[in-house]
Unconditional design. Structure first.
Length: 415
């Protein structure tokens, strides 16, 4: 079976062109910078991010039951450069930093060759039948209507609230197969499936995204990845806040103008109207709706009060117990180090220096506050120690590492 495009052709080409441009920008940026250990670290980090994202794109957007030749070729450029090793054995002096730097730039060029080849071949490739250009406008409209669904983006730690919200959606009349939620089987995620891949495949302009915002959401790398992906690929968003998280706490791209708090009774009728219009649902009887809504809100009230009481009683005790073990003084007096590194990385770009300093200072603030009470203390200390060893003076990477490890540990604990 030949490779087919598992996405509308024009949108696929647009995404592909964006990845090609990102690769070109990456190569151009670092080719102009001086070769030194700091720039090598930045180059390798950005190269890995770009490479992994493109590989996911090639996996998801190209359909084949046999070998995906473009993915294989793209990954095939990740070969070790043996020439410096041979030279070292021959007794020659080897500049390790320079060799790694040049090798990474060359890998970028080779990967761009693969992507440009794919772009040239797209006009000859078929799309899967679902996206076939031969379908009529009537078929397309019907399919778009069938595709419409609600995606609930949330932290797995907030699944109890999400369950109550699903009850409310079903009370409005939303069929379960129109709700996509990763925390509950039967709502779009099958056992054994990669739920992140499912999310990426299903995100499009026919999806209404409900963001369940909380401290847990912003501490979850998976949730933040979802936020970025949904913001780019979808047009309809409703932020729902879990108190005590407030509108002033909302960060990132999500606007709060059309938002609501999960216990805000007055907003639920508006939410009901939005969902009915979006999915073209027949409105249910008002008396039935109000009874079901109020019952769910009572459950939410009890849940909120229970969690707030638990947090008030547990968090201070945990903080006192771990403050010394977490060595928070590690982050003191880091301003000079951050400033010095910004000057090395961008010696003549003062805007980038300022941006770098702000980002790393902000990361330090988050690292000092990062102390998840649901994670065993000893394991969190191991995570933090490993992050500091791996990136001793890169606080953004330390924070990213901690958040990813904590999220993975949470998922392991759920199994």
């Amino acid at each position: 079976m030949e490779i087919e495009i598992d996405f509308p052709r024009n949108e696929f080409i647009k995404e592909l062109e964006n990845y090609i441009q990102e690769g070109k920008d990456l190569h151009k940026k670092f080719k102009l910078l001086p070769v030194n250990p700091d720039n090598l670290e930045s180059l390798e980090r950005e190269f890995i991010y770009w490479t992994e994202e493109v590989q996911e794109f090639l996996k998801i957007r190209l359909a084949t039951i046999f070998e995906n030749e473009f993915l294989t070729k793209f990954e095939g450029t990740n070969r070790i450069d043996f020439k410096p090793i041979v030279n070292a054995f021959a007794g020659e002096k080897v500049d390790v930093v320079k060799n790694k730097y040049v090798h990474t730039l060359n890998q970028t060029k080779k990967k761009l060759v693969v992507l440009n080849l794919l772009k040239r071949k797209t006009k000859f490739m078929k799309t899967v039948e679902y996206y076939s250009e031969s379908t009529t406008e009537h078929d397309t409209l019907n399919r778009k209507k069938e595709m419409k669904e609600i995606f609930i983006s949330h932290s797995s730690l907030d699944s109890k609230y999400v369950e109550k919200l699903i009850d409310i959606f079903e009370a409005i009349g939303v069929p379960s197969d129109k709700i996509f939620c990763s925390s509950f089987e039967g709502y779009g995620v099958r056992l054994g499936n990669d739920f992140l891949e499912d999310i990426r495949k299903r995100l499009n302009s026919n999806v209404l995204v409900v963001f369940i915002l909380s401290e847990n959401f912003y501490s979850s790398v998976v949730s933040l990845c979802e936020m970025g992906a949904t913001w780019v690929k979808t047009n309809n968003h409703i932020p729902v806040l879990i108190p005590p998280f407030d509108y002033s706490d909302v960060k990132g791209v999500i606007p709060t103008t059309n938002g609501m708090k999960i216990n805000e009774k007055a907003k639920y009728n508006s939410l009901k109207n939005v969902i009915e219009d979006f999915l073209d649902l027949k409105p249910i009887n008002n008396s039935v709706w109000e009874r079901k809504r109020d019952n769910s809100l009572k459950d939410l009230k009890v849940l909120l009060e229970t969690v707030v009481y638990s947090t008030v009683n547990e968090k201070p005790k945990r903080t006192k117990q771990t403050e010394e073990n977490l060595e928070l003084n590690f982050y003191d007096n880091q301003d000079d180090i951050i400033k010095s590194k910004s000057q090395k990385e961008w010696p003549d770009d003062f805007e980038m220096q300022l941006d770098y300093i702000d980002r790393h200072k902000n990361a330090i603030v988050k690292l000092k506050k990062h102390n998840p009470i649901d994670i065993e203390q000893g394991k969190f200390i191991i995570i933090r120690t490993n992050g500091r060893k791996e990136w001793p003076d890169d606080f953004e990477m330390q924070l990213d590492y901690e958040q990813r490890q904590v999220e993975s540990l949470r998922r392991l604990n759920e199994r």
